[in-house]
Design a protein around this ligand. Structure first.
Ligand SMILES: NC(=O)c1ccc[n+]([C@@H]2O[C@H](COP(=O)([O-])OP(=O)(O)OC[C@H]3O[C@@H](n4cnc5c(N)ncnc54)[C@H](OP(=O)(O)O)[C@@H]3O)[C@@H](O)[C@H]2O)c1
Length: 288
């Protein structure tokens, strides 16, 4: 801990995407100094550099800093780490399913940290607004864990959680299942409404989706927030739904059946329905 750099940190950003740029902006707001911005293209580097009021440069031109933020896609992290100039810095990446292994090639790094924000960041402004309060998966080289926790808690206003190197893939799978799953389920519902002529289906489904996420977030476990025909054991309603989807939107039937099976599995695991209900619901899906 004592050998790791203290605030204010001199920071280099590599990869001018939403997450890296937002983290750099949050650090800058806490009086850390962003001293360089690099990216694959000079146009991205220069745009982010303007926002960060820092010079743009190539990877090879990065000056000696305390902290290097590698904000590039997972597949590019190892190559970028290997191309960094050798320096006594903490090197960080943000990819979810990788631990510190892809940072092994960073020459002379003082410490290596994989810090994954569990948040959907489509653009810089959204990321700046939503990273505070988000959970971060933390995997660090020997002695850097506490330093990373302090950075996340005090400078990024996040919630650090330690994740073992070998657990990173499942950690990331959970985040993707939740975040992308919610959007994909809304897309399925929107298609059903569009097929009966509803013109702005997201206006119908947005509020119920937001309400459901809020209910699930407040519940001890999300399955306890399930409402609707599965947990009410309304077998005939499920049969009617399956029949209507098959007749009116057959291209959505596969997704619909998978979704109901996922709901049934969650209800069963949490004890809200029993095995006999599961059997009846699955029969309804097939005969609907
Ligand atoms: N976005 C999210 O919701 C989210 C959430 C959690 C974690 N993450 C992780 O955070 C990291 C950054 O994600 P992001 O969505 O902010 O950005 P991104 O769109 O994945 O990429 C950021 C930038 O990396 C640069 N880049 C791509 N390949 C490169 C290479 N081979 N060498 C150097 N630069 C390269 C690109 O720069 P140019 O524009 O110059 O081509 C791109 O703009 C990823 O590891 C991602 O998995 C993302």
């Amino acid at each position: 801990m004592t050998s790791l750099p203290a605030a204010p940190l001199r920071v280099a950003l590599v990869g001018a995407g939403p997450v890296g740029t937002a983290v750099a902006l949050l650090l800058r707001a806490r009086d850390h100094q962003i001293v360089s911005v690099s990216s694959r293209t000079s146009s991205s580097a220069e745009a982010a550099a303007r926002r960060l009021d820092a010079p743009a440069c190539t990877l090879g031109e990065i000056p000696a800093v305390d902290l290097v933020l590698i904000g590039v896609p997972h597949a590019a992290v190892a190559d970028v780490a290997a191309e960094l100039p050798g320096m006594d810095a903490v090197v960080v990446h943000f990819a979810g399913s990788a631990g510190i292994q892809p940072l092994a090639a960073a020459p002379f790094a003082r410490a290596r940290c994989a810090l994954h924000p569990v948040q959907a960041c489509p653009d810089v402004d959204t990321a700046v607004a939503r990273l505070p309060g988000s959970a971060w998966g933390v995997t660090c080289s020997e002695g850097a864990r506490e330093w990373a926790h302090v950075l996340i808690e005090q400078d990024l206003y996040g919630v650090p959680l330690d994740v073992a190197e070998d657990d990173r893939v499942l950690w990331h799978a959970a985040a993707v299942t939740t975040s992308n799953g919610i959007a994909a389920l809304m897309a399925l519902g929107e298609e059903m409404l569009a097929s009966i002529g509803v013109e702005a289906p997201s206006r119908v489904l947005g509020p119920i989706a937001a309400g459901t996420v809020a209910n699930a977030g407040r519940a001890e476990r999300a399955a306890l927030a399930l409402t609707g025909p599965v947990v009410r054991r309304e077998i005939e309603v499920v049969r009617q739904h399956a029949g209507a989807v098959a007749a009116r939107s057959p291209h959505l039937l596969n997704g619909y059946v998978h979704t109901i099976n996922t709901i049934v599995a969650a209800a069963l695991l949490s004890g809200r329905i029993g095995p006999e209900d599961q059997e009846a619901l699955q029969d309804a899906l097939q005969t609907g």
